[in-house]
Design a protein around this ligand. Structure first.
Ligand code: ZN
Length: 431
């Protein structure tokens, strides 16, 4: 019976040291009176072993063993008086840190609970019967995440941090292979990044083979300057998204030409309807579009996707030409290889740069400007093409932390919280 109580209270590790234990329920709180066995101690001041019992001091310690009910340890803390120097001192207290009323067990439970990025400080406080500030203090005292060693392939991207930071965007460095966050930097400003990277030893930086990024000039400049031997690759999904946005602009312009307007000679309601309703045909991968009968409500009929696409492309020559060139780029992006991609890449740049539509010419300028980095996007490590894919899922977790972030107003806490609950392997500081 007594052993069971010790077990339920999660105090098995102190089993041989407990002299007295008694539990009761008092106004819906579980209270455990506890006293430890007397051991022969020496005076911490003069190391004399001539010590005698002085008094019991009464400690109330929050000991949240179950999340449903609050539990308090009433610890009768024995104090001694030294016969030699006259000083008094307390026996070793295995339940709490000095000056705290929250037990080690509760502390560890709180830290474990905070490992899940969905759990807020408020949830934690409610669950473990402590104040929100206590939950925050426990976290701040225990977690101080260090930057990880730089790996071979680094993804760099930003995340919108709004109120928890002086700067609008924080910069995330991620290990492409291990999908672990290397660091969270408070801003993506070029000069700050240059300073940050300059502080890292050269030998460590020399290990980095590739940086993967969006087409963001500050990143490229900062990395070129601080990692002279590292290649830069553009995330290919980012290029495709940019190109799809260009096609979207052209589609909307075309669509609006046919908007219901009696004075327009080009008025044709069906063109407008179809371009608006099936807008995704122009940007989505054709093979991912539903391969069956698709209902066209306004005309109460069903068409196959091939008929719909043919119809959309028959509306306007410019739109058709933009779509075809976009598809050619998409095909290139899917099938090209690093060693052999040069000719087709140059031919694509030429086609875009000389297209009659301004938006496509602008896109052509962009890919010409980033030509080397686009070629590098075909590099393969461990059979995986480099990309910023791993950072997408990390960023969505970070956004969850930000969305529910009461209690995270300090950037260092935000950074620690992100690294602690996403990497899962940040050590807890010993106390
Ligand atoms: Zn003494």
């Amino acid at each position: 019976m007594y052993d069971d109580t010790i077990h339920i209270l999660q105090l098995s590790h102190l089993k041989d040291k407990i002299e007295h234990l008694d539990i009761r329920v008092e106004s819906n709180q579980l209270i455990a009176e506890i006293r430890l066995k007397q051991i022969t101690d020496v005076c911490p001041t003069c190391t004399s072993s001539a010590v005698s019992f002085h008094e019991y001091k009464y400690h109330k310690i929050i000991h949240s063993i179950s999340t449903g009910q609050s539990c308090i340890l009433h610890y009768h803390h024995r104090r001694y008086r030294c016969q030699t120097c006259g000083k008094t001192f307390g026996e070793y207290n295995p339940f709490v840190q000095k000056y705290s009323n929250i037990g080690h067990y509760t502390r560890l439970s709180v830290l474990d609970y905070l490992k899940d990025f969905n759990h807020t400080f408020t949830d934690t406080a409610n669950l473990y019967h402590i104040s929100i500030q206590s939950a925050i203090d426990i976290f701040d005292q225990a977690v101080d995440a260090k930057r990880r060693v730089l790996p071979e392939v680094i993804c760099i991207d930003e995340v919108f941090t709004n109120k928890m930071n002086r700067y609008k965007y924080a910069c995330i460095l991620l290990d492409f292979k291990a999908s672990k966050i290397i660091d969270v930097i408070s801003t993506r400003h070029k000069n700050y990044l240059i300073e940050y990277f300059s502080r890292i030893p050269k030998a460590e930086k020399d290990q980095v083979k590739v940086f993967v990024m969006d087409m963001w000039e500050s990143y490229r400049e900062a990395i070129k300057l601080t990692f002279p031997n590292t290649l830069i690759a553009i995330d290919s999904f980012h290029i495709i998204r940019t190109l799809n946005d260009v096609v979207k602009v052209i589609r909307i312009r075309t669509q609006n030409k046919y908007r219901l307007n009696k004075s327009s000679p080009e008025h044709d309601d069906m063109y407008y309807y179809m371009l608006k309703k099936f807008h995704y045909f122009l940007v989505k991968n054709y093979e991912n579009i539903f391969d069956g009968k698709i209902r066209i409500a306004k005309y109460n009929t069903y068409w196959h996707k091939s008929e719909i696409l043919d119809y959309l492309l028959s509306i306007d020559e410019d739109l058709k030409s933009a779509y075809r060139l976009k598809e050619r780029y998409r095909e290139f992006n899917l099938t090209a290889e690093y060693e052999t991609c040069d000719d087709e890449l140059d031919s694509l740049i030429y086609e875009f740069r000389n297209h009659k539509l301004l938006e496509l010419r602008t896109f052509g300028k962009t890919i010409e400007h980033w030509r080397i980095e686009i070629k590098n996007s075909f590099l393969v490590f461990n059979k995986r093409r480099v990309s910023n894919g791993p950072i997408e899922s990390t960023n969505s977790k970070i956004k969850t932390i930000i969305k529910t972030a009461n209690g995270i107003r300090k950037f260092t806490r935000f950074r620690n919280r992100v690294m602690y609950s996403i990497n899962k392997d940040i050590p807890i500081k010993n106390k």
